[in-house]
Design a protein around this ligand. Structure first.
Ligand code: AMP
Length: 401
C-alpha cells in the first residue's frame, strides 16, 4: 500500500509518499507561499534531479491538486493513478485531551480537531484545510490524523497541571500538552530496540533539538513529563522562541514598552531564543561558527543552551528516579557533537561515560557511551513522516480486516 503523508501549514504543504511494502520514500516535496505571490513547488524523487517551479497556488486545494497531478505525471510521477494511494496521513498539531493516539478521520474527528483550534490557533485550522482539500480531491480515500500532542497524554496530572487557579483548567483546558510527540515516541521506541530492552523497563530522556526544541521523560515506554506546554513556546530556549521565562516579565514589558498581548506573543515566539540573545542568528550552525570566531554573544547563547538542556535532563532523571539512556534527535541533536558531548560529560557524576570519538558523527544512529557507562547516549535521526505513515497504514489495514 502507498501512503501519502501531508503536513499542512498556514502557507505551505509538505508531503511524502511512502511504499509500505518496504517503508521507502517514493518522493517528497513542498508547496510554499500558498495564497501569496511567488508560490513555489518543489518535488524530489530519490536518484533524480529536483523538480522546482514557480506556479500560482491560490489555496490549499490547488496545492494538493498540483501534488497529486505531479505524483501521476509522466515526467516526474511515481504512480500511475491516484487510486494507488491507499490512505493519507495528516500531521495535526493539537489534539487537546481528546486524542491520545492516531485516528481515522470522520466528521466527528473533524469537529473535535476544530474544537482544538483554540489551543492551536496557528496550526489546527491549516491542518483542517489540508484534510478538507484531500477529501475534496481524493473522495473516499481514508484519512488518518496523527497528533503532535497524542504521545504526551499519558503524563500524570501533577506533571501536566500549572499552579494557577484550577478553574482555568476546567474552563479553558489550560494545562501542559507537549509537542513533537511523534518524534519522542519514535526515538524512544527505537532506543529500546537498539538497546535490546523492553520499553517497560527503561527510563529515557529524549531531546528533540531543532528550530523548535522539546525534551521528554519517557518512563516504561510512556511519556511521564515534557518541556513544552499549552503551546510549543514553553521549555528550553529555541531558534526564535524564548522557552520558559518568569511570567512576570510579560506585564512588566507591557507596561514599560507599551506592548500589546500580540506584540508580546510575537516577541516571545519570533524575536527571542538564540536570535534574541545573539541579535544575529536563530541558526545553531551560525552560533557554533560564532563561538569558534570568539563572538561573545554566540558563546553566551551556547552556554545558556547547554546549561538549560543539562538542567532538564538531570531534572527529568531525578523525577523518574533513574536514567538508562539519553537520546538526541532533531537538526541540532543529530548534527551537533558539541552539545551531546557537553551533556554526556555533565552526567559523569551519575556514572555516564562518553566516547568522544564515536560521538564525532552527524545524522546517523550511534551509541556514543563507552561500554562501561551506566547511561547509554544515543543519536537517533527522527522519522516523523514514516511514523505517521506507519500509524496510517496500521489503522487502514485494521479497517479492511
Ligand atoms: P530542525 O528544525 O530539526 O530542522 O533543526 C534545525 C537546526 O539544526 C538549526 O538550528 C541548524 O543550525 C541545526 N543544525 C543543522 N545541521 C547542523 C550541524 N551540522 N551542526 C550544528 N547544528 C546543525
Amino acid at each position: 500500500m502507498k501512503i501519502l503523508v501531508i503536513n499542512a501549514g498556514s502557507s505551505s504543504i509538505k508531503y511524502q509518499l511512502f511504499d509500505m511494502t518496504d517503508n521507502k520514500v517514493l518522493c517528497k516535496g513542498l508547496c510554499e507561499r500558498i495564497g501569496i505571490e511567488g508560490s513555489a513547488f518543489k518535488h524530489k524523487v530519490p536518484g533524480q534531479d529536483d523538480y522546482k517551479i514557480e506556479v500560482p497556488m491560490k489555496n490549499h486545494e490547488e496545492a494538493i491538486r498540483l501534488v497529486i497531478n505531479t505524483l501521476v505525471s509522466k515526467d516526474h510521477g511515481v504512480i500511475s493513478s491516484m487510486s494507488e494511494i491507499g490512505a493519507v496521513g495528516h500531521r495535526v498539531l493539537h489534539g487537546g485531551e481528546k486524542f491520545s493516539g492516531s485516528v481515522l478521520i470522520d466528521q466527528k474527528v473533524i469537529a473535535a480537531i476544530e474544537e482544538c483550534c483554540e489551543l492551536g490557533p496557528l496550526h489546527n485550522p491549516h491542518n483542517l484545510t489540508g484534510i478538507r482539500a484531500c477529501a475534496e480531491i481524493m473522495g473516499d480515500i481514508p484519512q488518518v490524523a496523527v497528533f503532535d500532542t497524542g504521545f504526551h497524554q499519558t503524563m500524570p496530572d501533577y506533571a501536566y497541571m500549572y499552579a494557577i487557579p484550577y478553574e482555568y483548567y476546567e474552563k479553558y483546558k489550560i494545562r501542559r500538552y507537549g509537542f513533537h510527540g511523534t518524534s519522542h515516541r519514535y526515538v524512544s521506541g527505537r532506543a529500546a530496540e537498539i538497546l535490546g530492552r523492553d520499553p517497560k523497563d527503561l527510563k529515557i530522556v529524549t531531546c528533540h533539538l531543532g528550530n523548535g526544541s522539546s525534551i521528554s521523560a519517557i518512563k516504561g515506554g510512556k511519556c511521564f513529563d515534557t518541556t513544552m506546554g499549552v503551546t510549543p513556546l514553553e521549555g528550553i530556549m529555541m531558534g526564535t522562541r524564548c522557552g520558559s521565562i518568569d511570567p512576570a516579565i510579560i506585564p512588566l514589558l507591557m507596561e514599560k514598552e507599551h506592548m500589546s498581548a500580540k506584540d508580546i506573543d510575537t516577541m516571545m515566539n519570533k524575536k527571542s531564543g538564540m536570535l534574541g540573545v545573539s541579535q544575529r542568528t536563530s541558526d545553531n550552525r551560525d552560533i557554533e561558527e560564532g563561538v569558534k570566531a570568539g563572538d561573545k554573544r554566540c558563546q553566551l547563547v551556547e552556554n545558556m543552551l547547554f546549561h538549560q538542556l543539562t538542567k532538564y535532563v538531570g531534572g527529568f532523571a531525578a523525577a523518574m528516579g533513574g536514567l538508562d539512556a539519553v537520546v538526541f534527535t532533531g537538526g541540532i541533536g543529530e548534527n551537533s557533537p558539541r552539545i551531546r558531548s557537553f551533556v554526556g560529560h555533565k552526567l559523569e557524576f551519575m556514572g555516564c561515560r562518553v566516547d568522544d570519538e564515536k560521538n564525532n558523527c552527524r545524522g546517523k544512529e550511534v551509541d556514543f557511551a563507552t561500554p562501561d557507562s551506566k547511561i547509554r547516549l544515543l543519536v537517533i535521526p527522527t522519522e516523523e513522516e514514516l511514523t505517521i505513515a506507519k500509524d496510517t497504514y496500521e489503522i487502514v489495514t485494521a479497517l479492511n480486516k
